[in-house]
Structure formats: structure tokens, C-alpha cells
Design a binder for this molecule. Structure first.
Ligand SMILES: [Zn+2]
Length: 414
């Protein structure tokens, strides 16, 4: 137990901040539409800067417009401990996804400011640019540059649907800092986030101690048979690509079943050609998304999947090609950061479980260069990327309390 065992964030002020920021791009249905670097995003960035400045912080930008609010520590030779997430949203987004991670960090700063507590390390709250990928694809773009996954040139050249580039929008907002993205030193990074899944709520647990992010692999499968007249071609003489694809889809599901309970497999898009109601389809294309928290198991799932596709093609007298289209390796967070989160949760007396994130987050890329962990809190019915996204004041306060104590622990460890 530290000397700050009873320290908690101001939950009312945190909730007030959540309500205030939800107005920037607020929708009629109570959600938020605040795409990266739009006027609404500029407004919330200005709010963030003013709020943190009032708490004694200085705010700076790197060359990707990532926004850092810094509270000095007693030792200026130490790199900062960072908290944060993103303030941009989906087109029909909610008021918690990403925002909570930034405002939870602000709540930590406010507590330390109000109580006059100093830390050894400087503390920073960061707002990562364009996490959602809703305006500029791919997602997690600026944290990706920070973590070395993308070049700054690539990121800056990404254009929205109207052809406007991210670089243009950074300059328009005055968000291009002198510091090159990725050069910002950091001792550790903690990201508070809603779970975006149903597990914590279903198990009635308050805190998810996030140990990592599952690996994901995407493929496009092309099944080729032969088009034929639907009225004149006897059944035994057909090479029906769609019938074969239907059997393959069963097999894709079987891959996940064979690697239960962590293995996941999804077919989200399917196209049949020539797409005529009286022609036997000659070609079917479908996407496959495989996921597992363990990279070796994910590799085994891939091999199982490829074998099943070949076997199924042979049995149905069609040809199949599987093309990998995207790959995000499994992430394992830093054991010291995870321990800081876990011990803080225990000391605060919250119910908890270990959990692997099913979705991507800025922490995925940041963890490549900075020791990282995440804290999850429940959200209503696991719904996210939706205006109906909801979380309780009690849970977001609990998550911020864990963030506060994890940071204070990390201040002693790093
Ligand atoms: Zn998010």
C-alpha cells in the first residue's frame, strides 16, 4: 500500500468532461460524429489544451499532430509516463470510445493538481491523431507512425473521401509540431478504454486487466467453378462455385471450433459471379478474418484453414486461391505495466479479470516502442462504434482510479 492508498479521481468532474466533449460533434441520438481533424475535432483539441493548461500542463504537438499535455515531475531527467487514447470518433460514434482514455488521464492530472502531489516522472496525457480510420484509413495511423509501423510520408498522404490529405488537415489546424513523430521519449504508456465487447458486463466485473491484443489475419478466397445454364445443366454435371464456397464457409467456421475458445473466424463479405439468378456461379470471392491471442496458435489456424480449403476444393471439383490481405501480429503488453494495473485494481477492491483485447487500439503500436498496458471498463451490451454506446459513471470512475494508481506505481518502478 502506498501513502496514496485512499486517493481517487473526481468522478463528477470526469463525467462533466465526458458530457462537455460529447457536444463537439454531438448527434441527435446522443452519439458523436467527430472525424479526425475536422472542425469538430479542432474544437475538442482546443478544449483539451485549455483544460490541461489550467491544470498546470504545457501542451505540445509532434509532426503527426499528436497532442501531448505535460505535467512536470520532480526529476526532469526522467522520460514521462504517458496516459491517453484518441478524441476522434466514427461517423456514428459514441462518447466513450477513445475519449475516456484521454479524459481519464485528465482526471488523473486533476487529482494530482488538486491535492498538490508531485511525481518523479513527468506525466503526460496524449491524444493520438486519427485512431478510428473513419476519415483517413488505415486506423491507428499516427500512433502507428509513433511506433514505426508507418512512415510519416505514407500517413500524411492518406486522403479522405473528398481527396483532402491528412497532411493538409494537420496544417490547416496548426497541429504540425517541430518534434518528429516517434522521437518523443516515454517511460511507460497506459490506455484506459471501454471494452467494446460483452465479457466484463456478462461476468459483472468492473475492471479488465488487458494482457495484450489478439493477432488478426485477413484473406481473400477465390473459388472458381464453371458457369452454366440453370435450366439445362443436370446437377451432376455442374461445377458450382457457390455451392463449394458454402461448404468452405462451414470449414472456416470449423477452424475456429477446432481452436476453441480463443480461436475466432469470420466471413464478412461474399460475392458471386456472374450474379444472375439463372446462371450457376462460375466464381465466388469471400473474405476470411482469423484471430487468436497466441501467434503460434494463429499460425496453426492458418495452416488448418488452408488445408481445409484445398480439401474442400478437391471434393467439389473447383479451384481455390487464398490470398493474405492483412496481418496484425498478437501483442503482449509489458509485464511491469500489467502488474501495475493488476495490483492497483486489487488494492482498490474492484472485481476484475485478465482479458485480451479483440479490437485494435493506439496501445498496439505504442507498445512496440514504449512499455505499455491497458485498462478496460464495461460498456452497455458490449456495443461500440455506435451512437448508443454507453458506460456508467461508476465504471468510468473506477477505470480512472485504476489508471491513477497504475501511474503512481509505475512512477516507482520505471
Ligand atoms: Zn478507441
Amino acid at each position: 500500500m502506498s501513502q496514496y492508498a485512499d486517493l481517487t479521481v473526481n468522478g463528477q468532474a470526469l463525467w462533466h468532461d465526458l458530457v462537455t466533449t460529447a457536444a463537439f460533434g454531438g448527434t441527435e441520438k446522443g452519439g458523436v460524429c467527430r472525424l479526425a481533424l475536422t472542425d469538430e475535432d479542432q474544437q475538442v483539441r482546443a478544449w483539451f489544451e485549455q483544460t490541461c493548461t489550467a491544470l498546470g500542463c504545457t501542451v505540445s504537438y509532434d509532426s503527426m499532430g499528436n497532442q501531448f499535455a505535460r505535467r512536470p515531475g520532480t526529476r526532469s531527467d526522467l522520460p514521462p509516463i504517458m496516459m491517453g487514447s484518441h478524441l476522434d470518433t466514427q461517423v456514428t460514434g459514441g462518447r466513450f470510445d477513445g475519449i475516456l482514455g484521454v479524459l481519464g488521464g485528465v482526471a488523473v492530472l486533476r487529482t494530482l493538481h488538486d491535492k498538490g502531489i508531485s511525481t518523479n516522472h513527468p506525466l503526460e496525457v496524449v491524444n493520438w491523431t486519427n485512431e478510428e480510420g473513419a476519415r483517413f484509413t488505415p486506423p491507428m495511423l499516427a500512433s502507428g507512425v509513433f511506433g514505426g509501423a508507418f512512415t510519416e510520408e505514407f500517413a500524411g498522404s492518406r486522403a479522405d473521401a473528398a481527396g483532402i490529405t491528412l497532411r493538409h488537415e494537420l496544417e490547416r489546424g496548426g497541429f504540425v509540431g517541430a518534434e518528429k513523430c516517434g522521437q518523443h521519449p516515454a517511460a511507460a504508456y497506459f490506455e484506459l478504454h471501454i471494452e467494446q465487447g460483452p465479457v466484463l458486463e456478462a461476468e459483472e466485473r468492473t475492471i479488465g486487466v488487458v494482457t495484450g491484443v489478439q493477432g488478426m489475419r485477413w484473406y481473400e478466397v477465390s473459388v472458381r467453378g464453371r458457369s452454366a445454364h440453370a435450366g439445362t445443366t443436370p446437377m451432376p454435371m455442374r461445377k458450382d462455385a457457390l455451392l463449394a464456397a458454402a461448404r468452405m464457409i462451414e470449414q472456416v467456421n470449423a477452424v475456429a471450433q477446432a481452436h476453441a475458445p480463443d480461436g475466432l473466424s469470420t466471413i464478412g463479405i461474399i460475392t458471386a459471379l456472374p450474379a444472375s439468378s439463372n446462371v450457376v456461379p462460375r466464381e465466388v470471392r469471400f473474405t476470411v478474418d482469423l484471430r487468436n491471442p497466441s501467434e503460434p496458435v494463429l499460425q496453426a489456424m492458418e495452416e488448418d484453414f488452408l488445408q481445409r480449403m484445398q480439401d474442400c476444393a478437391q471434393a467439389n471439383d473447383v479451384q481455390v486461391t487464398v490470398t493474405p490481405t492483412w496481418n496484425s501480429p498478437a501483442v503482449h503488453f509489458d509485464p511491469r505495466c500489467i502488474a501495475s494495473v493488476e495490483e492497483s485494481t486489487k488494492e482498490l477492491g474492484y472485481t476484475m479479470r485478465d482479458i485480451v483485447s479483440g479490437a485494435g487500439h493506439d496501445a498496439v503500436y505504442v507498445s512496440r516502442v514504449v512499455p505499455t498496458a491497458m485498462v478496460f471498463v464495461p460498456c452497455l451490451h458490449g456495443i461500440s462504434h455506435n451512437e448508443a454506446e454507453s458506460a456508467t459513471p461508476e465504471d468510468v470512475t473506477a477505470g480512472s482510479n485504476v489508471l491513477l494508481h497504475a501511474v503512481l506505481k509505475a512512477d516507482q518502478v520505471f
